[in-house]
Design a protein around this ligand. Structure first.
Ligand SMILES: NC(=O)C1=CN([C@@H]2O[C@H](COP(=O)(O)OP(=O)(O)OC[C@H]3O[C@@H](n4cnc5c(N)ncnc54)[C@H](O)[C@@H]3O)[C@@H](O)[C@H]2O)C=CC1
Ligand SMILES: O=C(CO)COP(=O)(O)O
Ligand SMILES: [Zn+2]
Length: 353
């Protein structure tokens, strides 16, 4: 008897393009959302987008509340929940980078309220996903959460954001290559649940981005367009799989461990990109695709070495040798690398000297 079933939760409206920030109110109307919005943002994104979105709401006769969070913590999620209750908000609008959007996502999950995702940086593929990642204790990786009802991604705002945020988004996408390799390996060795559609979408997204790498240049709004569309489709792959597997393998374990060892390290996307160079080497050895991954990262100005990440060599080795422990996710790291092997892969791939 066939007893399989699936429930894929995706945004109903995805609006991307020049000046679409001013469409947030129209999108809210299209979703038949009533009552008061609570805008969840952080200091710079507030100036860049949340204050203008609030002004758009006011012009439409809707009185928005706004909360500015400084850190990506569960205290911030708690503050958003309390503000939503105190201000009698009916839905949330997350405006900012990955952390502000993840906090809005986690709070909306708790409040059982819808939320809109309004990214101000093309820096991560959580813009659309049904995953939220807020550090809790030793945990850094994402957990299941509410997907956005809608995404409004204004390429004018995204193109004006610091260039390194866009290159971080590209690297988060390029890392899909190794995430899918790890997923396939885990399926073969551990029989983990696998979706061929989600894996194919994730790989195709990385391929399209790499094929269009020459369009990805600072100050070009078209770059924001190409990268944002890739981030969306990578997020959709995670929602189809109902797991971050299509976009997160050992390279993400490495980055999550760096976040624990070096909380003021580099951007998420940049760390996973460097991780991906090394885990591609572990998958394919000398003749594998690690050099292609490194070349793709270098071509869009993303870091390819520990020095470029601003992280010392010892921390890279510690992260490589311990990160398999941080989550129950089988990857090419298996039951862990020893220190000599970690030095070998980091040196052979040029990540450390
Ligand atoms: N939920 C999910 O599925 C996923 C979640 N993530 C999470 O997202 C986070 C990474 O996101 P990021 O955006 O890299 O970090 P972030 O949210 O800390 O943003 C990085 C910095 O960029 C600033 N910023 C944002 N927009 C700006 C603009 N337009 N102009 C000037 N500055 C701007 C922010 O204020 C912040 O200081 C990590 O916590 C990661 O785990 C990443 C991928 C997927
Ligand atoms: O960053 C992500 C995908 O790019 C989410 O992955 P994690 O589940 O490892 O946090
Ligand atoms: Zn990521």
């Amino acid at each position: 008897m066939f007893e399989k079933s699936t429930w894929i939760r995706l945004p109903r409206n995805v609006v991307v393009g020049h000046g679409v920030r001013s469409s947030v109110v129209e999108v809210v109307d299209d979703l038949h959302l009533q009552g008061r919005p609570l805008l969840v943002t952080s200091p710079t994104p507030r100036k860049v987008a949340a204050d203008p979105v609030a002004a758009d709401f006011e012009a439409a006769g809707i009185d928005p509340a706004i909360v500015t969070i400084e850190t990506a913590t569960f205290d911030s999620v708690e503050r958003v929940i309390e503000t939503a209750e105190a201000e009698e908000a009916s839905y949330l609008v997350g405006v900012g980078g990955g952390k502000a959007i993840d906090i809005a996502k986690m709070a909306s999950d708790h409040l059982e309220m819808g939320f809109l995702s309004v990214p101000t940086a093309a820096s991560h593929d959580g813009i659309v996903s049904n995953r939220g990642s807020v550090p809790e204790g030793d945990t850094r990786h994402s957990v299941a959460a509410e997907p956005p009802l809608a995404v409004v991604a204004d390429t004018e705002i995204l193109a004006e954001a610091p260039w390194e945020l866009t290159t971080a988004g590209c690297a988060d996408i390029i890392s899909n290559y190794t995430a899918v390799m790890d997923w396939r390996l885990a399926t073969r060795l551990k029989d983990v649940e696998y979706s061929e559609y989600a894996a194919a979408l994730s790989e195709m997204t990385a391929e399209i981005l790499v094929d269009n790498a020459d369009l990805i240049r600072p100050g070009l709004e078209e770059s924001a367009w190409v990268v944002t569309k890739a981030l969306m489709s990578s997020g959709v792959a995670m929602s189809i799989a109902d797991s971050s597997r299509p976009a997160s393998g050992a390279e993400h374990l490495f980055s999550h461990q760096l976040d624990r060892l070096e909380p003021n390290g580099a951007l998420h996307g940049h760390q996973v990109g460097v991780g991906s160079i090394m885990t591609a080497y572990l998958h394919g050895g000398e003749d594998g695709v690690w050099q292609d991954i490194r070349a793709a990262l270098a071509s869009i100005d993303a870091p390819t070495t520990a020095a470029e990440l601003g992280i010392d060599d010892e921390t890279v080795i510690e992260a490589l040798t311990t990160c398999h422990e941080i989550r129950d996710r089988y990857t090419i790291l298996g039951d862990g690398m020893n220190e000599r092997a970690a030095h070998e892969v980091a040196r052979k791939t040029g990540v450390i000297d």
